[in-house]
Design a protein around this ligand. Structure first.
Ligand SMILES: [Zn+2]
Ligand SMILES: [Zn+2]
Length: 331
């Protein structure tokens, strides 16, 4: 037919084009995944990291899911590594903060798989409760920025499930460890056969308290992101626990993976030196939560910055207003 003769070639072309685009995208994403240990891939998505555990052709798991809006990139990267249509057994979260769980639901729906988290994270992933509020008074670059971050309630519905055994579902040879402090049900992931450790935010490899650390991403073992850490004594104990594992490879939730020959010694020294911040809402008293969410919060310390900002804006407004009136008088 004349119409099909006119329509089909462009349609074929466009399908070919779409396939080529998808191939190109997978190729690009596959180049972005870095192998940090046998069967462990690392993909930075914005300023957070996700990890792929498993080998192509067999079961695999996604550890953490980045910020909201990164599902397509993570999906393409996974297809590049494991093949088209090869979804994971599960998505397992180190914790439920927005930069680690932001794209989890979208990915879980695409792959039709469950999302696993520690039971003390579930109230924050099922719409029952917000996380304890961020503490901008603890000091540092991320603390300053935390004032401007939106607070969102999230509900993953029946996609989210509680981690029960110490094993990581779908990742043989791996176990998860309870490492509370940064968040109530924070967990890390460890493979004892070659001592590979994925730390989430229990410790990170970039100094998020300093502006230069944030901007340059220079590798540096650092404590958990400060404004979102709700129990500093537990956070310190968790760092000691991780140091006792004497890892050969560390993949953190933020910053570059580390695998120096003296990494275990570095981590041990870091754990010994680590001190809780001198001031901050959760320094002397932690936030208390349970399986329903927040139980008790220490009072919020006075935060001078919003007042200083408001006063500054008021003065700028006054100056501009005065200038406008002067200009009007001159006319
Ligand atoms: Zn976090
Ligand atoms: Zn984080």
């Amino acid at each position: 037919m004349s119409c099909s003769g006119g329509v089909l070639p462009p349609k074929h072309l466009s399908i070919r084009k779409i396939r080529a685009t998808l191939r190109e995208r997978r190729y690009r994403m596959s180049r972005l995944i870095t192998r940090i240990a046998p069967d462990v891939g690392w993909l930075p998505v914005s300023f957070a990291n996700v990890y792929f555990i498993g080998r192509p052709g067999s079961k695999w798991v996604l550890i953490d899911a980045g910020l909201p809006g990164w599902a397509a990139e993570i999906f393409s990267a996974a297809e590049a590594r494991f093949g088209a249509g090869s979804g994971p057994e599960a998505i397992v979260l180190s914790h439920g903060h927005i930069d680690h769980a932001g794209s989890a639901l979208a990915l879980a729906e695409m792959w039709e798989v469950p999302i696993y988290a520690h039971h003390l994270e579930l109230p924050f992933l099922t719409g029952k409760s917000l996380y304890p509020p961020a503490d901008p008074t603890v000091g540092g670059a991320t603390a300053f920025l935390s004032r401007f971050l939106p607070v969102l309630r999230r509900n993953f519905g029946d996609r989210v499930r509680e981690l029960r055994q110490q094993k990581v579902p779908g990742a043989s040879g791996w176990q998860w460890l309870s490492t509370p402090g940064h968040s109530p049900g924070h967990i890390c992931f460890f493979r004892s056969s070659d001592r590979v450790l994925l730390t989430g935010d229990a410790l990170v490899s970039v100094d998020m308290d300093s502006w230069s650390g944030l901007l340059t991403a220079k590798p540096k073992l650092s404590g958990p992101p400060a404004p979102f850490t709700i129990d500093w004594e537990s956070a310190r104990a968790s760092i000691r626990q991780l140091s006792n594992l004497r890892p050969n490879v560390i993949g953190c939730g933020h910053g570059l993976p580390m695998s120096d020959s003296d990494l275990a010694e570095h981590l041990e020294q870091f754990a010994q030196r680590f001190r809780v911040p001198r001031r901050g809402r959760y320094v002397r008293q932690p936030a208390r939560t349970n399986e329903n969410g927040i139980v008790d919060l220490p009072p919020a310390p006075f935060d001078p910055v919003p007042f200083a900002t408001a006063a500054g804006l008021f003065c700028v407004g006054l100056a501009l207003g005065a200038g406008y009136l002067d200009e009007k008088k001159r006319r």
